[in-house]
Every structure is written in C-alpha cells, then in structure tokens.
Design a protein around this ligand. Structure first.
Ligand SMILES: [Zn+2]
Length: 470
C-alpha cells in the first residue's frame, strides 16, 4: 500500500465545521485520506519507519509499501473540484456564435454537432477533460445529448477519454426527441425517437454504471431541456432512472426565451412543468436555474432538488444572473458547473468559482457570497448534487483521495493575506498536484496521464474536421 504525505501546506478542508489550518498535513494511504490536521503528521498516522524520516520530497519503500513525502510549504490543499454540468463534445465548437442568445447559438450549432462521430468525440472529450484537470477538477459529469444516427457509440468514447485522463466520471445519457417539425427547437436530424433513447439509456446504465463505494464511473439520465424533449420522454426517463437507482439531470430555467416557451406550450413556469412530471427530488439536479421566482426556489428547497450554477455560460449567452444568494439562503443545494466550452470558452473550474463569487456580488453586494461559500459550491455543494458527499468534496479522514494542491508562493500570490481569497479572487495558481482516487493526474502544472501537446493537436484536427464536414 502506498502512502503519500503532504506536509507544511495550508489546508482548507471544507468539512462541516469549515476546518482550516495555516500549516498542516494531509496523509493519503492508497486511494483514501487517512489523516488531516494542523502541523506535522502525527507518527501514528504514518506507516512503520516513515515517522523517522522527516526528509522533504523523499520517496522510500519498506515492508509497508512506498512512502512519498512532499514538502508542500507555499501551497494550499483543497478538495479536488467537482464539475456538475458540462458537454465535453462542445470543445470542438468553441468560438462560434460568439455574440448570440441561447436559442440563436443552439440553432447555429445543432447542424455542426450533427456531424460528430465517436472518434471526434473522444479527441474533443480528452481535451476538455485534460483542461478540467489542469484547473483543479477531479470529478466531472458530462451531459451528452446529440447522437447522430451514424455517429457510433459516443457515450463509450467519453468514458474512454475519462479513463485515459484519469478523472472520476459521471456521464449522463442525454437525449432530444422533440424536433422542429413537432414544435421543438432542434432540427429533426439531431433528435432520436423515444424507444431508441430509452433502450440506449438502459444499455448505458447496465454497461457503465458502477454504484459501489469509491466508484470512478456513475451514469445518470439527462433529457436535454423543455424545448427539445417531450413530456412523455421526461416521464419515462424518470421512471427508468428510479428503477435503476441512477440520478436525473436536465437544463432548466436558463433563459427568458425558455420561460416564454413554457408559458406558451405548458401554461406554467419551467419548475411547475417539471414538478407536474414528478421531476423534482433529491435525485435530480438542474443546470442553470437562472429564471426562478420565489415559489420555484421554495419548491426546489422542499424537494431537495439541486442546481448546477454555471455563471460564465450565463454571462457569455447573456442569459441572466442566477439568484445564488437566495437559493442558498432558501436551503437549495447548489453546485458549480463550467457548462460546455462552446458557451464558456475559458472552461476552467477554478475560474468558475471566481466568477460565481463576483457575479453574486455584482447582483447582491459584497456579502452576497463569501470566498469560502464560492469554494464550497465547487466542492461539497457539487458533491451533494452527484450524490457523492459521503465520499468526496472535503478533506477528511476516510474520504477518497481527490485533492488539489495549489502553489501560492509565486508572483501572482506571494505574500497574499488569505489563501482562500488568493485562490478564489486571484489569478489561477499553478497546480502543484492533482490527485484523483490517490493517483497523480497533474504535477507541477503538467498533465502526467496524457501528453498535453498531443491532446491539443488531436483536438485541433477534430475541430477542423467537424467544421469541414459541413
Ligand atoms: Zn448545458
């Protein structure tokens, strides 16, 4: 069994008490955190022989296994960040429809996405996941909802990419069954019929979903949005998900256009519409939740429904400002998402923490969201939405070793008073180490699981091919 000791770093645990240590330690044994606290690690937390060696940046092996000690002074250890809304394939359509509304942007991009196949999706997903890792993300979901008829097995392509990069992965089998000819927004060429969707959803759960503790891969179901799926599909997907014990996700209340669509087609608000279909509950999390009235916020809180806040995407598309302060004050569970890179080109999860704090304060004043609340959204808040808060989201003994170690002693941050303010309000710090399930994914700001220039070259080729296929 290997042991890793991070020694001398600031530690922000995000545990229930908000424990923080100006100089502390984190000990990892195998894939589990076995000790967290102030000062040096207590000898009892280390395997035989390791307590005698105080040499920093040393590796040794004895009968207990490999022991690696890292001098982490100048760094801040946080839980690995958790992303609760993404469309990995959109890495290939960044920079398009740059000044459009959501409905204009979708209408322009649907035909491009219709040209995807599994090879392209795997290359684009690898790039998107690699960049997430470099921005401190250890767990991500994916919402893939465009399945061209001759595109091959796209969900499998994203799973392969996540295994290669080494992130904990929560892919959702997305879907659209309401084409333009039936009153929906997407063109008919990118929608599937309901039977095909339900069969593929069932197959995805059976093949990929791992419900065991410590799981690296859990599947959810995610019909796309009120204006691209039928109410029958929403009802059937919820029934299937609940039979199989997997979670439900969709886009909701993102724009004023969607509000109008729901009023016109269903005679109610987006939240009332989902409520009428049995789609609110602790097993459901919704992307965006920008246009919510007080009644909707209360209903989300009472039912335990979560919201994946995606501030950069909301800003990029001019969708509006999510009422995060009111959601949190009202008891709604809120996590953080980068959304697809086509509507959020920076696509950095630590960047999204900063954006969440700034946009909340722009709307509600400087106390609308503290820097620690913002970081909590991307850690314990997101873990709750994915149903993983007993396993990840905080640095506590017994939790999985998903850890980000940020370097705060270089030019942008050296001397800054508060490490959390440095991380949340300052420039993106160098990522000294990213551990996922105890394995190193990023070290000294370099990906160790994949070759970064190679991944970039593949993404460039895949994006160009997608564009040329038009
Ligand atoms: Zn989205």
């Amino acid at each position: 069994m290997s042991t890793l000791v991070l020694d001398g770093c600031a530690v922000v645990t995000m545990d229930g008490q908000g424990s923080e240590y100006a100089s502390g330690h984190v000990v990892v044994t195998g894939n589990v955190i076995t000790a967290v606290g102030p000062g040096a690690p207590p000898p009892a937390s280390l395997p035989d022989g390791a307590a005698n060696s105080s040499a920093a940046n040393s590796s040794a092996a004895n009968s207990s296994g490999t022991i690696r000690r890292i001098d982490a002074s100048g760094c801040l250890a946080t839980p690995g960040l958790i992303n609760t809304h993404h469309h990995l394939y959109q890495w290939g359509t960044r920079g398009m429809a740059a000044d459009a509304t959501l409905f204009e942007w979708l209408t322009q991009l649907y035909p491009v996405w219709a040209r995807m196949d599994a090879g392209i999706v795997q290359d684009l997903a690898t790039a998107a996941l690699a960049w997430l890792a470099k921005t401190g993300c250890s767990t991500t979901m994916d919402h893939h909802y465009v399945f061209p008829r001759s595109g091959g097995d796209l969900l499998r392509a994203t799973v392969a990419a996540a295994r290669q990069v080494g992130l904990r992965f929560h892919p959702t089998r997305g879907s659209m069954d309401l084409g333009a000819s039936a009153g929906g927004l997407p063109p008919d060429e990118v929608v599937e019929d309901r039977d095909t969707i339900l069969l593929a959803s069932k197959a995805a759960i059976e093949e990929f979903h791992d419900a065991s503790p410590h799981s690296m891969l859990r599947v959810g179901l995610a019909p796309c949005s009120p204006f691209s799926v039928t109410s029958e599909l929403l009802t059937d997907a919820a029934e299937l998900a609940r039979q199989a014990g997997v979670r439900l996700h969709t886009h909701l209340a993102e724009t004023a256009d969607e509000d109008e669509y729901c009023a016109e087609h269903f005679g109610c608000t987006p939240v009332e519409y989902l409520d009428s279909l049995g789609w609110l509950g602790e097993d459901v999390w919704l992307a965006h939740g920008v246009h919510l009235d007080d009644a909707a916020i209360t209903r989300l809180a009472v039912t335990g429904t979560g919201v994946a806040h995606c501030p950069s995407s909301n800003g990029r598309l001019g969708a509006g400002i999510c009422r995060t302060h009111d959601l949190l004050a009202g008891g709604v569970r809120v996590g953080l998402g980068v959304d697809g890179a086509a509507s959020s080109e920076e696509n950095s999860l630590i960047g999204e923490v900063r954006q969440a704090a700034l946009i909340a304060r722009s709307a509600g004043g400087p106390r609308a969201m503290s820097v620690r609340q913002a970081l909590r959204l991307a850690t314990m808040g997101s873990a709750q939405l994915l149903g993983r808060d007993q396993e990840i989201g905080s640095l506590e003994a017994g939790k999985l070793a998903d850890i980000a170690l940020w370097r705060l002693d270089t030019l942008p941050h050296a001397g800054i008073a508060d490490p959390v303010a440095a991380l949340v309000l300052g420039a993106r710090p160098p990522l000294e180490l990213l551990l996922v399930n105890g394995e190193t994914v990023v070290e000294r700001d370099q990906l160790v699981t994949v070759d970064e220039p190679g991944v970039a070259a593949q993404a460039r080729r895949a994006s160009a091919e997608l564009a040329e296929r038009g």
